[in-house]
Design a protein around this ligand. Structure first.
Ligand code: ATP
Length: 478
């Protein structure tokens, strides 16, 4: 059997839970799947929706200076020429700086008995490679391979009908800048936000859903007055870090990675990534870039339409600069799953004692049981409350539990479970990370109180039904 390191083992355990509990499935699994594409099951769908909703609430709805957009996935192909995504190269190319010859990078390496390496979506030349024409080692980095998926619009498949699946949502925002400005009554500084699918034909999709070929982005283009770039960039880095804490990712697992000036694109004045400590390494969740006037200027040039803004306060015309926080829903969902996952040993029915962290591959001590628990922040937990009638064959218990269930599900996403021993039902909820469980038992019929069980401490308290919503709201929030 292949030996795995600890990080890999954790991802395997997580992937198995995700399949078992309906978070993530391999796409088209019945046909053997297709690399780089994933499906989200019932729990994963709720988790992702909560991520999107939390972002939309904080970045758009709770602000007066950001409005939303939902642009199409397929846009005019000129958009991608303006943005610089259509570069004309579909293979990685290498240039020799000495003799100016150009080669296909993979064949070039192979000829020398070496292998072109791939890091993320970047190609890296192996040590010792040299120009096959002149022997110089002064070679450029291999040029980016065209990551866009192509398709054809209309019945004829020729060059004039080529279109692309968008590799980012941002360009839809730039292309609609003038319309939004004219119809939203916003003044600079203001932002346009969009959530939607993006597609990249990644060379090497890996680390579960981390690098996929179809994924979802949440992007904000925040348009500002030239010269205010660095203060707005700092503002958004700070806002975004606070947001990650608000969905339950601990500050200690988040990192600000500042791109050095010499590595920035020529038009950018700053770029900071928010990275998370995944089991497979510290990796980017979001990039926050100060992109100057590059994008709007490019679209002005390529479309011939003005992208200028008139500032009524100063009577100035200018092309706004932009700060772009750009995040991936799938990566954030994966970070939340990694962060939530715990294997624990918990005291069985007759044992006193606290929760112990399970040792990998170990057996629980006498009287303890193993459990997997997803400690999601209630803000993102797929299900907020589970409701259990103690016994499914006692109609009066089931009817009362239904009443409680109907009362709660008006407000929260709730789960009904009447099958199996109550302990097993609790475990099932632990594995999907439901913060609260409500059990309706015989005492409920006497005194109208229910048992509320806390996912993390497993403590149980009795709460009158009339106080239940308020009591749960203290744990779950609104
Ligand atoms: P990377 O260097 O990891 O490929 P990037 O810098 O190219 O990412 P951006 O173009 O800045 O990424 O995209 C913004 C965000 O979109 C990323 O921070 C990430 O969350 C998400 N994203 C980008 N590519 C992918 C992908 N292949 N799979 C999942 N999410 C992605």
């Amino acid at each position: 059997m292949k030996k795995r390191d600890e990080g890999q083992l954790t991802m395997d355990a997580l992937a198995s839970l995700c399949k078992r509990r309906g978070f993530i499935y391999q796409t088209s699994e019945i046909y053997g799947g297709i690399n780089g594409f994933w499906d989200y099951g019932p729990m994963g769908t709720e988790l992702k929706r909560n991520v999107r909703d939390a972002w939309w609430a904080d970045v758009v709805r709770r602000r007066e200076d950001v409005v939303g957009l939902d642009s199409s996935i397929i846009m005019h192909p000129r958009v991608w020429e303006a943005s610089g995504h259509v570069g004309g190269f579909s293979d990685p190319m290498v240039d020799c700086r000495a003799c100016k010859k150009r080669f296909k990078a993979d064949a070039f390496c192979e000829e020398q008995g070496l292998e072109l390496q791939v890091e993320g979506k970047h190609f890296v030349l192996p040590e010792g490679v040299q120009c096959t024409a002149c022997g110089s080692k002064d070679l450029t980095e291999p040029r980016a391979f065209d990551l866009m998926f192509r398709t054809h619009v209309g019945p004829v498949e020729d060059d004039s009908s080529v279109a692309y699946l968008r590799p980012e949502t941002a360009q839809g925002i730039f292309a609609q800048f003038s319309n939004v400005l004219a119809t939203s009554r916003q003044k600079i500084p203001f932002g346009i936000a969009q959530i939607g699918k993006a597609f990249r034909n990644e060379i090497n999709p890996r680390n579960y859903t981390f690098r996929s070929r179809e994924f979802e982005q949440m992007e904000l283009e925040f348009f500002i007055k030239p010269g205010t770039d660095s203060e707005w960039h700092a503002y958004w880095v700070n806002e975004r870090l606070k947001w990650y804490s608000s969905i339950g990712l601990p500050e200690s697992s988040l990192h600000k990675q500042v791109h050095p000036k010499e590595k920035l694109a020529h038009y950018a004045s700053a770029c900071t990534d928010v990275a998370y400590d995944f089991p497979f390494g510290t990796q980017e969740l979001e990039g926050i870039a100060a992109r100057g006037a590059f994008d709007l200027t490019q679209h002005q040039t390529f479309s011939g339409k003005s992208m200028e803004y008139f500032d009524p306060d100063t009577n100035e015309h200018f092309i706004p600069h932009v700060v772009e926080p750009s995040a991936g829903v799938d990566r954030i969902a994966l970070a939340l799953l990694c962060n939530a996952y715990r294997e624990e040993w918990v005291p069985g029915a007759k044992v006193e004692g606290g929760v112990l962290a399970a040792e990998p591959g170990g057996k629980p001590p006498e009287g303890y049981e193993a459990r997997v628990v997803m400690r999601f922040s209630p803000r993102v937990a797929p299900v907020k409350v589970a409701v259990f009638p103690l016994l499914k064959n006692k109609p009066e218990l089931v009817a009362k539990a239904r009443q409680v269930f109907d009362m709660l599900r008006v407000r929260w996403s709730c789960f009904w479970d009447q099958t199996g021993a109550i302990g097993r039902r609790y475990r099932r909820q632990d594995e999907i990370g439901t913060p609260c469980g409500v059990t309706i038992d015989f005492q409920t019929l006497d005194d109208d109180t229910v048992t509320v069980r806390d996912r993390d401490t497993m403590e149980q308290i009795r709460v009158p039904v009339k106080e239940l919503t308020d009591s749960l709201a203290r744990t779950i929030g609104c």
